[in-house]
Design a protein around this ligand. Sequence first.
Ligand SMILES: [Zn+2]
Length: 118
Amino acid sequence: MSKRRGGVVWSSGPEAQQRCERCGRSPCVCPPAVYPLPEKQTARLGRSRKGRGGKTVVTIEGLVLDEAGLMALARTVRRRCGAGGTVKDGVIEIQGDIRDRVAETLRALGYRVKLIGG
Ligand SMILES: [Zn+2]
C-alpha cells in the first residue's frame, strides 16, 4: 500500500537557514525592534584579559539592546572582523586584541564609540 500525501517536500534550502532566531519563522514575523537608533547609542569598548591563557577579548557594553539584539550585533561584528565572540551577561565579547577594528566596525554601523579602560 502506498501512502502518498501531497507534493510538499520540506527541505533545508537557503530559506530554512535564514529563519529568524527570535520567532523561528521565515520570513520573520517579529514586531519591529524598539531599540534606539545606533547613532543615539554609545558603545563602550573595553579590553579584558581573560583567564584562558591570558587571551585578550574586546568587550562591548552600554548598548540598549536585548539579548537577541546583542546576539545579532555580535554576529555582525564577528563576521566583519573575522573573529570569534560571544554574549555574556549583556556584554558582547569579541576575541582578539582588535579593539580598533571592532570600533571601526561599530562606527560603520552607526554607533558612537567610546574606549574605556586600558
Ligand atoms: Zn523574527
